[in-house]
Design a binder for this molecule. Sequence first.
Ligand SMILES: C[S@@+](CC[C@H](N)C(=O)[O-])C[C@H]1O[C@@H](n2cnc3c(N)ncnc32)[C@H](O)[C@@H]1O
Length: 270
Amino acid sequence: MMSQTQTTRSTTMTWVEESRRALQRLSPAILALGLHLPLWAVILAICLRLGNVCNLGPGTLAWMEGLTAWAVTRWLGLPRWWQPINLLFFPLLGLALESAIAPTWALAAFLALVLTSLGSLHTRVPLFLSSHQAIQALARCIPGQPGLRFIDLGCGLGGPLAGLARLRPDLVLHGVEAAPLNWLVSRLRLDGRARIRLGSLWDEDLSRFDIVYAYLSPAPMPRLWEKACREMRPGSLLISNSFGIPGVVPEREIALDDLSGSSLLLWRIP
Ligand SMILES: C[S@@+](CC[C@H](N)C(=O)[O-])C[C@H]1O[C@@H](n2cnc3c(N)ncnc32)[C@H](O)[C@@H]1O
């Protein structure tokens, strides 16, 4: 028989574990801010009140904040790449403010952000890049038949296409990209080695391709699967970096030893 203290402890443990799982489902950015910034508001208020008694400079406080954010990120088991972001965000912000960078640089950075990522508010697919390991694995898992037609849906800055142009010159490469600056970078980078269209991936006719690669986000995956089943020819391959299709088990999964611990998921169109 469990004592009352043991029962209370086990209920508390279950509650902590359930809260942790619920928090893991929220956006990591909201989490990082929501969980530790109120704590830091209190600490800062106390420091300001104590004045000289607690003589911590803004740099030290920023690093302390970074450490708590890092600890929260680890405790929640968020993807590894959030750890350096949450650790360094405030310290780097402090450094940027102190170094008195000319406002035109801030404006240029903002414009670059708009031209690379504004569309993600609508598409729910931000810009992040396939790792070197993902590109190597992609080159290895594509069948060795010459002349296969490959497309990267949302080709970003052209990394996978540039890698494949080098590693698999037998492929016919295509890309489509909605963000103007990303498209321009891909065009300049791939010059002549791949056809890159500026536009939406949803307007692309997938029946023209033997291999379709996508590194998007969880949001468009169900719609992408419907489109692939409607348009792709039987036997052709859909490859997704990291993001699965709810309720559709991939034929193959290749684990990647990269920073985000992701994997390539392969579906053969029935
Ligand atoms: C996660 S990045 C992947 C970039 C590249 N494929 C790679 O693996 O390095 C996703 C890219 O898809 C683009 N994108 C998102 N939705 C799109 C859409 N509907 N049509 C075309 N491109 C889109 C974004 O602008 C972004 O550059």
